[in-house]
Design a protein around this ligand. Structure first.
Ligand code: DX5
Ligand code: ZN
Length: 221
């Protein structure tokens, strides 16, 4: 599966806020709401001060979902583990610019594994750090909170980087925002140029996930 073509707004629910004891049914619920992507937050307890889950879990989830697996590697050594996630069924891999010395080569390597590629930058990382690789990617992920935990408040200054990234990227690259996205912050990030909205707490923190997704989508119009 590939990333949805550009020109649409997509919601990518982050299962970080889901009930891990029943992930299959949690995913089935958002899948039934008509979304196309699922955001998988991979944390190693080193690049970020939290741990989540690894490739074996992704492989099991792959058997119960047809969604595009939008895999966000918040790990110190993405080169060591990326292939495991691709083999497990990830369709798209996003790495953090802060973790890779030669991003052009790494993007080429990820493409050779057969996935689409995203580059991510932390709130304190300037756009200049990714400038030369933006057009080599299918998606840019702008962290709008400090990575590691769900349920934080969006940092507006970080979200504003989307405007500059959109200038460089043009219309053919997705810009994804991650952290603090809800029906209230959505119009703002859309106005900055984002078109792909990660949301954890605003979806899995609600009992009616379909209504939660619709509320976010409503904010994007
Ligand atoms: C943060 C993760 C996010 C997070 C978003 O480190 O990358 O994907 O789960 O969660 P909310 O939507 O709750 O801010
Ligand atoms: Zn994420």
């Amino acid at each position: 599966m590939r990333l949805p073509k550009t020109g649409t707004v997509e919601v990518s629910p982050s299962i970080l806020s889901a009930d891990f004891s029943k992930l299959a049914s949690e995913i089935a619920e958002v899948e039934a709401a008509g979304i196309k992507m699922l955001h998988l937050d991979i944390m190693d307890g080193h690049f970020v001060p939290n741990m989540s889950f690894g490739a074996p879990v992704v492989a099991k989830l792959r058997k119960c979902s047809k969604l595009v697996f939008d895999t966000h590697l918040m790990i110190t050594d993405p080169g060591k583990y990326a292939e495991d996630f691709v083999k497990a069924g990830s369709d798209h891999i996003t790495f953090h610019i802060e973790t890779v010395d030669e991003p052009e080569k790494f993007i080429e390597y990820l493409r050779s594994l057969g996935v689409t590629v995203g580059v991510c930058l932390n709130p304190e990382t300037p756009v200049e750090a990714i400038e030369k690789v933006i057009t080599l990617c299918d998606m840019v992920l702008v962290m709008t909170v400090h990575p590691g935990f769900g349920g934080q408040e969006l940092i507006d200054e970080a979200a504003r980087k989307c405007t500059r990234i959109r200038e460089i990227a043009g219309a053919n690259i997705r810009i994804e925002v991650d952290g603090g996205i809800d029906p209230v912050t959505t119009p703002t990030v859309i106005s900055y140029g984002a078109d792909t909205l990660v949301a954890g707490n605003a979806i899995f923190g609600k009992t009616d996930r379909k209504a939660a997704i619709n509320a976010i989508m409503a904010g994007s119009n």
